[in-house]
Design a protein around this ligand. Structure first.
Ligand code: MTE
Ligand code: MO
Length: 539
């Protein structure tokens, strides 16, 4: 026999199937409801987002370190695995000790409802999708486990005796042909229903995301925007800023290749017509500006390199773009911060916050409310319609996307999202350099070749990059023309590669004459340090 069980107990795997089928159906209908009614309240995503916010910071740091910009995919896969395990558990509990399976399912649904309703971007129907998911899953679980219960089997077999009936029916089937699960009519009914529920759940999930994709009107709004011309255009980039070496990061990062890091599982969909920014807190004059106000202002263009504090030595959580926006300094001047304020807490529509020193937003650097990135409206995942860009600071303390609020305050009074999770309150970007060519562990043919990379310390500037081969002398490389001190700069040097294995290290020096430290520090709490070293084989 394939599955041997006491007659009054359904086999474990069947109870798991019941749980998984029920929750697939419930979750699917929940996703479909969300697609139609409240895209920001997809049960899967709201629970995921809540987990992201609740997760200990070491787990988040590890996720970003391990998976980088694929951390969201990894999280979704993780949630799916846990959800399947919990679903199986619910099925088992409901079969053994009802109604505990329903309690688990109910708790699931309730978690979704609470998570959806407590989001900063919750709409009036935020509670509906998870409620639908919970109720449908509970109902399906109740019905499916009933199909598995001995009472149901007995009544359909038309016999009053529960225990002996089950046993003798199985025995009879065994005698006639080798019994399999499918040959048991009750099991067949169960599998038909469980299969139907699972299929319906999967289809509803697909339909739900299709509906959501179709209703992405914000994407249409973005497409239709014609960016205003800059009142203060950026100076033309010198042709000598781009060394154009194959494998070297281009000096201006295309939008599609720009790294993305944020805590949002569903990218906030903010329409320009509903967008406004409120400046409040320790100000003499509260200021609110709308999208129309903002685009009517004299906008300025600037090149600024953004870097994530989680970027490890040699990492790629960094990019450089031309931004179009309005100086935050000017808006703050309208609001008139009071003398005792020392920080601006910027807040995103999804609740993320960053704390930026007031001095950094009021000095003469190009700290802007950006609406354009490389001559396009901001891509939605990079903060459409409006984000902050601040030269010189890591993103987590400055680059708030989907920004809707600036609260003028003090470091004493307010803490930002990552500052309450073990990261430093201040986050100036550290002096760093990276080797792009040859790539790590690449096999290089012997002979004339090139070593190249990028170096940066935004708002300070790089004056020199040196390379060391096999622990020998440090050799100065040729720097490309930096677009500005707010951007990274490419470097390269010719190299005659001899066969064998080699190590290559690099280090930068900034315009103040300070050389990049070789002391190794991890990204937490305020940015990684150390020299990158790669090993290569020359054929
Ligand atoms: N709303 C919001 N803005 C955010 C974040 C976030 O999680 N939510 N992450 C910050 C961090 S840590 C970084 S490094 C930058 C990354 O910007 P990018 O995704 O456009 O590269 O965005 C910043 N702005
Ligand atoms: Mo970051």
């Amino acid at each position: 026999m394939a599955i041997k069980q006491p007659a009054d107990r359904p086999a474990y795997p069947l109870t798991w199937v019941a749980g998984i089928a029920s929750i697939t159906l419930g979750a699917g209908l929940g996703e479909l409801t969300a697609g139609v009614l409240a895209p920001e309240s997809s049960p899967f995503a709201v629970v995921g987002d809540a987990l992201v916010d609740a997760a200990p910071s070491w787990a988040k740091d590890a996720a970003i370190a391990l998976f980088g910009t694929a951390d969201k995919v990894a999280l979704f896969v993780g949630i799916a695995i846990v959800a399947v395990a919990l679903a199986a558990l619910a099925g088992w509990l409901q079969s053994r000790t009802p109604p505990w399976g329903l309690v688990v399912v109910g708790a699931f649904g309730a978690t979704g409802v609470v998570a959806a309703m407590t989001r900063a971007d919750a709409g009036p129907f935020a509670w509906v999708p998870s409620l639908v998911a919970g109720v449908v899953a509970a109902l399906a679980l109740h019905l499916l486990t009933r199909l598995l219960s001995p009472a149901a089997r007995a009544s359909r077999a038309g016999a009053p005796s529960v225990v002996s009936q089950g046993t003798s029916a199985t025995a009879a089937a065994t005698a006639a042909t080798p019994a399999t699960a499918d040959q048991n009519p009750d099991r067949r009914t169960f599998f038909v229903w469980a299969g139907a529920a699972t299929a319906a759940g999967v289809l509803a999930t697909i339909a739900g995301s299709a509906v959501r994709a179709g209703s992405r009107t914000v994407s249409a709004v973005r497409q239709a925007i014609g960016l205003p011309a800059a009142a203060v255009p950026a100076a033309a980039v010198s042709t000598s800023a781009e060394l154009a070496i194959s494998g070297l990061a281009p000096v201006i990062t295309p939008n599609t290749e720009f790294y993305r890091i944020d805590t949002a599982l569903i990218v906030p969909q903010v329409d320009t017509s509903g967008w406004s920014l409120r400046i409040h807190g320790m100000v003499k004059q509260e200021v609110t500006i709308t999208w129309d106000d903002l685009v009517a202002l004299p906008l300025e263009e600037s090149y600024t390199t953004l870097s994530c504090v989680s970027n490890s030595v040699g990492g790629d959580l960094i990019g450089n773009a031309k931004w179009l926006g309005y100086p935050i300094r000017e808006l703050l001047a309208r609001a008139e911060p009071t003398a005792d304020a020392d920080m601006v807490l910027s807040q995103s529509i999804d609740g993320f916050t960053a704390s930026t020193p007031l001095s950094v937003l009021t000095d003469d650097r190009d700290s802007i409310l950006a609406i354009g990135m490389n001559d396009e409206p901001l891509p939605i995942e990079h903060g459409f319609p409006v984000r902050m860009v601040v030269p010189g600071l890591y993103g987590y303390v400055s680059a708030t996307k989907w920004v809707t609020e600036l609260k003028v305050t003090t470091f004493e009074q307010d803490k930002a999202y990552w500052s309450t999770r073990g990261w430093s309150e201040l986050g100036p970007i550290k002096l760093q350099s990276r080797i792009d060519v040859p790539t790590r562990n690449q096999s290089v043919p012997a002979g004339e070749t090139v070593i190249a990379g990028v170096a940066w310390q935004p708002h300070v500037g790089v004056s020199k990059v040196e390379v060391q081969i096999d622990g020998g002398e440090w050799v100065e490389t040729t720097l490309a023309t930096a677009i500005s001190d707010d951007t990274w700069v490419q470097w390269s040097m010719p190299w005659t590669a001899t066969s064998g294995s080699h190590t290559i290290s690099c280090r930068a020096t900034n315009v103040n004459g300070e050389t990049q430290t070789d002391a190794i520090a991890p990204p937490a709490p305020d940015g990684a340090t150390g020299w990158q070293q790669i090993s290569i084989n020359v054929a």
